[in-house]
Design a protein around this ligand. Structure first.
Ligand SMILES: *Cc1c(COP(=O)(O)O)cnc(C)c1O
Length: 397
C-alpha cells in the first residue's frame, strides 16, 4: 500500500496560520467528527433515546473500536477493549499481571515513565499490602534489572519527554526469560509508529486515543490483554465487565476475555468522535507512516542543528531509536515555547527545560516542518522570546 498523505491531511480541520507540532499531546479535529457527534446526538440519543443502546450499537462500541485500534498495534480481534482512561487501564493491566505472578513482589519500571503510571503502580502496591515494591531504574538499565524477583516489567515504549524508544520485543523476551510479565504503555506509540504486540508477545498494553489517534480531549483509553491471558483477574469488578450485566446478579462473574476489563457505562459521545477519527487510518500503511515521520523529524533536527547549534537535542539522534517526537533543552524552554506558539507554531513544554515537538504525518507537510524550524531558530537567535508575557505560566504547559 502507498499511503496518500495529501488525502489524510484533507481529513483534518486545522486552523489557518498554524503549524501543529503537538499532535503527540492532543490530536487535531477530524473533519467528519462534528457530523458524527451531531448524528449520535440527534439521530441516536435524540430520536432513539434509551433504545439506542441496542439499536445504535452503543453497547458494542468498546469492542468495535478496540478491534479497529487493534489493527494499528498488532493485536488480534477481540483482544482490545476501549474505555475509562489510560491511567485506569494501566492500573487494571498491572493488577491482572501481578495476580498472574503471585509469588513475586517487584514491579520494575524506569525513570522515564509517565508519572501517572508510576503513581498508579505505587498506589496499587500499597493497596494490595502484600509487600509489593515499585523499583524504578534509569531507562538504559531496565534490561539488566530484570531478574527472578520481578513480577511485572511496566514500561512506556516511547518516553513522553525525550521520545526514546524501548525495544519492546527484546525487553518482553527478557522479561519472559526471567519469568516476568510485561505491561506496555502505548500512549506515544499507537498511531505514531508500527507496533506489533502479538509479534513481541507483550502480555498487556494500554494506551490513550486523544494523542496520535485524534479522538479529542477526554477520549477514552484502551487495554490489550494477550489472548492466552484472557482469564486474568479483573481487579475492578464493574458491572459491564460481568458475564451477564443485565442479569443484575449480586455476585460478580467475569465476562469472557478482555470484555471483563470493561468497568462502567461507555462514554458514547466521546466514542462517536473516536470512531470518526479512526476512519482516517483506513488507507494508512504503518510502514509508510513511520518512514514519513522519520523524514519529517530528521528535516526538523537537521535544520536546527545547522541554524541553531546551541539548542541541545534531548532525544536520540538516531531516528530508529525514538518515537515520533523530538525534544530540545533550553534553560528558558517555557518562555521560548510561548513565544513560538505566539507565531502560530504549536509545540509544548515539559518541565524543567524541554521543548517538545510531535511529528504527525497524517496532517503535517515537509514545508511546514522546515518553516517551523526556521521560526524557532530565528526566535532563539534574536532573543525575541525573552519578553515578560512569555514567562507567565499557565496551568497546562
Ligand atoms: C498521556 C499519558 C498518560 C495519560 O493518562 P490519562 O489517564 O489518559 O490522563 C499516561 N501515560 C503516558 C505515558 C502518557 O503519555
Amino acid at each position: 500500500m502507498t499511503t496518500d498523505f495529501g488525502a489524510t491531511r484533507a481529513m483534518f480541520d486545522l486552523p489557518a496560520g498554524v503549524i501543529y507540532l503537538d499532535g503527540n499531546s492532543l490530536g487535531p479535529l477530524p473533519r467528519t467528527a462534528p457530523a458524527a457527534m451531531e448524528r449520535v446526538l440527534r439521530a441516536e440519543w435524540g430520536a432513539q433515546l434509551i433504545t439506542a443502546w441496542n439499536r445504535a450499537g452503543w453497547m458494542d462500541q468498546p469492542r468495535r473500536l478496540g478491534d479497529r485500534i487493534g489493527r494499528l498495534i498488532g493485536a488480534a480481534e477481540g483482544s482490545v477493549t476501549v474505555g475509562d482512561t489510560l491511567s485506569i487501564k494501566v492500573w487494571q493491566a498491572l493488577a491482572a499481571a501481578l495476580a498472574l505472578r503471585p509469588d513475586r513482589r517487584v514491579i520494575l519500571s524506569d525513570s522515564g515513565n509517565f508519572p501517572s503510571d508510576l503513581y498508579m503502580a505505587d498506589g496499587l502496591a500499597r493497596l494490595m499490602a502484600r509487600g509489593h515494591a515499585l523499583r524504578v531504574v534509569p531507562p538504559e538499565d531496565v534490561a539488566q534489572a530484570i531478574d527472578a524477583s520481578v513480577a511485572v516489567v511496566m514500561l512506556t515504549e516511547v518516553d513522553y519527554r525525550t521520545g526514546r524508544l524501548h525495544d519492546m520485543a527484546d525487553l518482553t523476551a527478557r522479561a519472559h526469560a526471567a519469568g516476568a510479565l510485561t505491561v506496555w504503555d502505548l500512549a506515544h506509540s499507537a498511531g505514531a509508529l508500527p507496533v506489533d504486540l502479538a509479534g513481541a508477545g507483550a502480555d498487556f498494553a494500554a494506551g490513550c486515543t486523544y494523542k496520535y489517534l485524534n479522538g479529542g480531549p477526554g477520549a477514552p483509553g484502551f487495554l490489550y490483554v494477550r489472548p492466552d491471558h484472557a482469564g486474568a483477574e479483573a481487579a475492578l469488578q464493574g458491572w459491564l465487565g460481568h458475564a451477564a450485566p443485565f442479569a443484575f446478579e449480586p455476585g460478580y462473574r467475569p465476562a469472557p476475555g478482555v470484555a471483563r476489563m470493561r468497568v462502567g457505562t461507555p462514554p458514547v459521545l466521546q466514542m462517536a468522535v473516536l470512531e470518526a477519527a479512526l476512519d482516517v487510518w483506513e488507507g494508512v500503511d504503518m510502514a509508510d507512516l513511520r518512514a514519513r515521520s522519520i523524514a519529517l523529524s530528521e528535516a526538523f533536527r537537521a535544520r536546527l542543528a545547522r541554524d541553531c547549534p546551541r539548542l541541545a537535542l534531548a532525544s536520540p539522534a538516531d531516528p530508529a531509536r525514538r518515537g515520533s517526537q523530538l525534544s530540545f533543552r533550553h534553560p528558558q524552554g517555557y518562555a521560548v515555547m510561548q513565544a513560538l506558539i505566539a507565531t502560530g507554531v504549536i509545540g509544548d513544554f515539559r518541565a524543567p527545560d524541554l521543548l517538545r515537538f510531535g511529528f504527525t504525518p497524517l496532517y503535517l507537510s515537509m514545508d511546514e516542518v522546515e518553516r517551523a524550524a526556521d521560526i524557532l531558530a530565528r526566535l532563539i537567535r534574536d532573543g525575541s522570546w525573552d519578553r515578560a508575557e512569555f514567562h507567565r505560566r499557565a496551568a497546562v504547559t
